[in-house]
Design a protein around this ligand. Sequence first.
Ligand code: HEM
Length: 125
Amino acid sequence: METGQLATASFYERIGGGPALQLAVGEFYELVLADEELKGFFAETDLAQLKKHQAALLASVLGGPSAYAGRDMVDAHAGLGITERQFLLVRDYLLSVLWKLHVPVDIIDAVTSTVLSLKGSIVTA
Ligand code: HEM
């Protein structure tokens, strides 16, 4: 029954699966790359690969396929000298995209906690 399916659907399924995540990740990097304080970090980055990894990481956090094949968060951000302020800016861009796409609030809460738990691995300045 429909309601039974809704009750057991993962966050990943509830937001629309892979296509919805790709949209969210695309919009997220548009915001990040338009920010003067952040865009320099990505000057040398293969953006297609980055978006693919970011979407895969989010998918596994949200209970979808766990196909994340990127580096762990410490290795990916080592030596970048990211400050807490820059970390919070990036977090806010991610959350703003999720709000804009009408992602339900319980899912936003879960993403917020996960992102916060990564702070110690990402902030090095
Ligand atoms: C908010 C939480 C964050 C998450 C979940 C996250 C996640 C990721 C992921 C999954 C990758 C790809 C790793 C790979 O391809 O192997 C990545 C790479 C990267 N991230 Fe983050 N990130 C976060 C915050 C930040 C912040 C705050 C900055 C800079 C201000 C940043 C800058 C970068 C850069 C520059 C790369 C690419 C590094 C390279 O090309 O070698 N990230 N991140």
